[in-house]
Design a protein around this ligand. Structure first.
Ligand code: ARG
Length: 468
């Protein structure tokens, strides 16, 4: 039975029913749907639109449905078009005539707008929490490796020495921004669309502020046409999730490189690696590759919803039903990827000696050698040229700047003294870089303190979660 059968003289074609139906996926938010209905009837009774008795009967019925779906006694089948129809039909089956009053002053348009918002809001909180776990793991590694030297790269060429703490700290900043984006979305979606009706509100004296407060929203939405057709928060979420995936993917790419035989900076734990069916020696970084690969899928969801929304006239259009599968998929993908990535990172072995050895080769101290000359009065551009020539000499002799004898230095520039070796040692190169944000120990201590304070704070999403 359809909710809207009255005006029709024929049954819907089966293909049409299947094409139109959303129950196979919108059943995912049955909890939110029921929660919204309970708030709605509570408000209807407060406004005298339903009696207290009717309200209690409907709420008891809805709570029964919630319990039965959750414990598996009530199966959501495909006979109904969507979860809204399913719940209403089942309510009528359970409590009879009173159930038919549930939908008073409401449309599926404001209902679905609410359900999706409630669902997304819960997921924003969950993803924010997963990102915090990841940040805790990153912080742990940062604190352990403030003296683990490694090459820093530009163009994937060794550039200047940094520490593992500093390198990984870059990802702390990225995931921190991701969390702040989620909190922004959370704050911006704090308006309740319920009570907007199909598009133009209703003639019943609904108290929309009351419904909003029952559902923990700051206020009701202010334009009923926008309320039923706003999917901005989904676009914002998918954009934020795309950025999370981009960050994870970059980190995965580095791990894949670091895990190669050529680098051997890290070894991914056996529990997070896979083998080859033919090559017995192989241990592949499949998890990192899959996370990198799934990034495309989340970007796809963003482009998909942007394209769906483009050119939609006000107010509700069925096109919007397309927002769900891709959003659910993106959310599941991102949650899975963050959790797996956190596990992979926390079990990964860092070969600190190999990293340090690598930082010592490849002239990562060349800038510091030039700075040495500058400190002895040579203009930087000249110093740059001198060190360039010294690097060429080293390449010819197959040695590092640290191993080049002093007379070779002096041949090119007499300013050099014995103290050049101290000035270009790895320790000096890193330890002297102490402007805030740099890898030097004083700077890193400062940043680690800030990171620790950040992790101790509760952000908007966590605060809200506690009060739910
Ligand atoms: N399944 C629909 C959706 O996801 C629910 C809203 C239906 N409204 C309508 N006017 N047909 O958008």
């Amino acid at each position: 039975m359809k909710l809207w059968g009255g005006r029709f003289t024929k049954e819907t074609d089966e293909l049409v029913h299947n094409f139109n139906a959303s129950i196979s996926f919108d059943q995912k938010f049955y909890r939110q749907d029921i929660k919204g209905s309970i708030a709605h009837v509570t408000m209807l009774a407060k406004q005298g639109i339903l009696t207290g008795q009717e309200r209690d009967k409907i709420i008891a019925g809805l709570e029964g449905i919630l319990k039965d779906i959750a414990n598996g006694t009530l199966k959501i089948d495909g006979s109904q078009e969507d979860i809204h129809s399913f719940v209403e039909a089942n309510l009528i089956l359970r409590i009879g005539e009173t159930g038919k009053k549930l939908h008073t002053g409401r449309s599926r348009n404001d209902q679905v707008a609410l359900d999706m918002k409630l669902f997304v809001r819960d997921e924003v909180v969950a993803i924010n929490a997963l990102l915090k776990n990841l940040l805790q793991e990153i912080y742990q590694l940062m604190s352990e490796h403030t003296a683990t030297f490694m090459p820093g790269f530009t163009h994937l060429q060794k550039a200047q020495p940094v520490t593992l703490s500093h390198h990984i700290g870059a990802y702390f900043e990225m995931f921190k921004r991701d969390r702040s984006r989620l909190c922004d979305i959370y704050a911006r979606m704090d308006t309740c669309p319920l009570g907007s009706g199909a598009l133009a509100g209703t003639t019943y004296p609904l108290d929309r502020c009351y419904t909003a407060s029952l559902l923990d929203f700051g206020s009701p939405t202010l334009n009923s046409m926008d309320s039923v057709s706003d999917r901005d928060y989904i676009i914002e979420l998918l954009s934020a999730l795309s950025t999370v995936m981009m960050h994870l993917s970059r980190f995965c790419e580095e791990i894949i490189i670091w895990n190669t035989n050529e680098y051997r900076f890290v070894e991914i734990d056996d529990a997070y690696s896979t083998g080859s069916s033919i090559m017995p020696q192989k241990k592949n970084p499949d998890i990192a590759e899959l996370i990198r690969g799934k990034t495309g899928r989340v970007y796809g969801a963003l482009v998909s919803i942007l394209t769906t929304m483009k050119g939609l006239p006000l107010a509700y259009n069925k096109d919007m039903q397309e927002d769900k599968e891709l959003t659910f998929d993106a959310i599941d993908t991102v949650k899975g990827c963050i959790a797996l990535f956190t596990g992979m990172l926390s079990t990964m072995k860092f070969n600190c000696d190999t990293m340090e050895e690598s930082a010592k080769n490849g002239f990562t101290n060349a800038t510091d050698a030039a700075d040495y000359l500058v400190n002895h009065g040579v203009p930087f551009r000249d110093a740059h040229g001198i060190i360039g020539r010294l690097v060429l000499t080293c390449i010819e002799k197959d040695c590092s700047l640290d191993a080049l004898p002093l007379d070779e230095y002096r041949k090119i520039c007499p300013v050099f003294g014995e103290d050049i070796y101290e000035a270009i040692s790895m320790e000096t190169c890193v330890n002297k870089r102490n402007t805030i944000g740099a890898p030097g120990p004083a700077a890193m201590d400062e940043v680690l303190k800030i990171c620790k304070e950040y992790l101790a704070q509760k952000d908007l999403c966590e605060k809200e979660k506690d009060t739910l």
